[in-house]
Design a protein around this ligand. Structure first.
Ligand code: ADP
Ligand code: MG
Ligand code: MG
Length: 200
């Protein structure tokens, strides 16, 4: 993966978070404290501000810097969780990963987020996107299949009862709303697929 691809990837993810910050915050207003879009935008703006130097780093170093920046800047419950995902990817990815290496690393990253959140899929959190998407990756799904599953998985959080995170304080009132972290995760996954497809 060359420097231009890495820069394209970071810009794509940062842009999608920025473009959807209002939407994410509105989702969090319904079942949380209305800051998810603001939190993530603050984090990914700080990441994008490190470009182009950030993209000059080898992939593992770049991911480590992104993870550290997200932990420091996003805050809330989601900062450590998104940060953990990138830090764990950084630990497990070689500088030039093939598909098998990528799938192994994302499996470890999803497991690390689960451990960090002390949560399970089915609790109406971002894990309800990370785990189904991981299953599609492991089954050899295409970029389009990954994007479709990410979007569908976020939609499937609507009828769930939240039992982790701030939304769980609402009990039954959390039912009928999409989880903000599931939505942001699906958007970021789609942006990664698009950025990688554009470079092929
Ligand atoms: P906060 O709830 O602290 O305001 P955010 O609004 O930025 O943080 O993020 C909320 C999102 O974080 C939720 O929509 C959910 O997807 C995710 N989340 C919160 N707690 C957990 C947890 N324990 N495990 C997994 N995901 C969680
Ligand atoms: Mg919030
Ligand atoms: Mg908050």
């Amino acid at each position: 993966m060359d420097q231009q691809t890495r820069e394209h990837l970071v810009r794509g993810v940062s842009a999608v978070v920025s473009d959807h910050a209002e939407e994410l915050t509105a989702l969090d207003r319904a079942i949380g404290d209305g800051d998810h879009g603001i939190n993530l935008k603050r984090g990914f703006d700080a990441v994008a501000a490190e470009l182009p130097a950030l993209a000059a780093k080898p992939l593992p170093e770049m991911l480590k810097t992104i993870g550290t920046t997200l932990v420091m800047k996003v805050g809330g419950a989601s900062g450590p969780l998104f940060g953990t995902f990138f830090l764990e990817l950084a630990k497990n990815l070689p500088p030039e990963p093939d598909r098998a290496a990528l799938v192994q690393a994302t499996a470890k990253a999803a497991a690390a987020v689960k451990a960090r959140g002390r949560s399970e899929p089915g609790q109406k959190t971002l894990l309800d996107v990370l785990f189904p998407v991981q299953a599609v990756l492991e089954a050899g799904g295409s970029g389009d299949a990954v994007k479709a599953e990410a979007a569908a998985a976020a939609e499937r959080t609507v009828p769930l009862l939240a039992t982790r995170g701030r939304a769980s304080f609402l009990g039954e009132r959390s039912v009928g709303h999409m989880d903000p972290g599931a939505r942001s995760s699906s958007l970021i996954i789609a942006a990664v697929v698009d950025a990688l497809a554009a470079q092929e």
